[in-house]
Write a protein that binds this ligand. Sequence first.
Ligand SMILES: N[C@@H](CCC(=O)N[C@@H](CS)C(=O)NCC(=O)O)C(=O)O
Length: 219
Amino acid sequence: MKLYDYVLSPSCYKIRLLAALVGVELTLRPVDFHPGGEHRGPELLALNPAGAIPILEDDDVLLTESSAMLVYIASRAAPEWLGDGSAREGARIQQWLSFSHRLTATLGSARLHEMLLRPGDIRGLQSAGKQALRELEAALTEQRLSDVEFLVCDHPTIADIACFPYVALAPDGGISLEPYPSIRLWQRAIRALQHFIEMPGIHRLHELRPAPVRPEQGA
Ligand SMILES: N[C@@H](CCC(=O)N[C@@H](CS)C(=O)NCC(=O)O)C(=O)O
């Protein structure tokens, strides 16, 4: 599988991360996203008229949406990352895949504004991003009440991978993760997975700080 990739793109990292976790080998085709804007040049626009990366090619399959790529890789190599096959888990995963695009539109746009000086209403983006984080925090807190560490079930699924990168990089967009202890515990669980890979700004779990206090144990 060939991935048109940019090392600082959280959307591309989703695909690299799942591939690493499930042992799928990717051929990376680096894209000069910044400053070159290669994703808006003729070669890549012919593959994705939306002018965005990632793009995944596998024989005659061409995918231009990261959520579809996660489904494809998991279906090919690790179906357990798609849940247990039940309507309930399948639909819940779809909920989070859709939610992950809100994270891209809010946290991701705030990050592009702060890092690449992209135009935009930064206060509005940050406020919408925080609303999404509050929803994620509430869902993860509820999961923890049943001793479940991940979004859908007691093992990670593509729902976790779809949501993780933009949340982890929220501070790049001026949004602190301090107010969200369940999100921080969830991120630790993902960063501790076997075969986890890093990207600039997202590291393997190696810090010595104690885990945040679980919300239900807090004062
Ligand atoms: N719907 C796409 C969105 C991906 C996305 O936002 N990609 C960014 C890079 S992280 C991009 O290419 N944006 C185009 C631009 O900002 O010019 C997906 O999830 O696959």
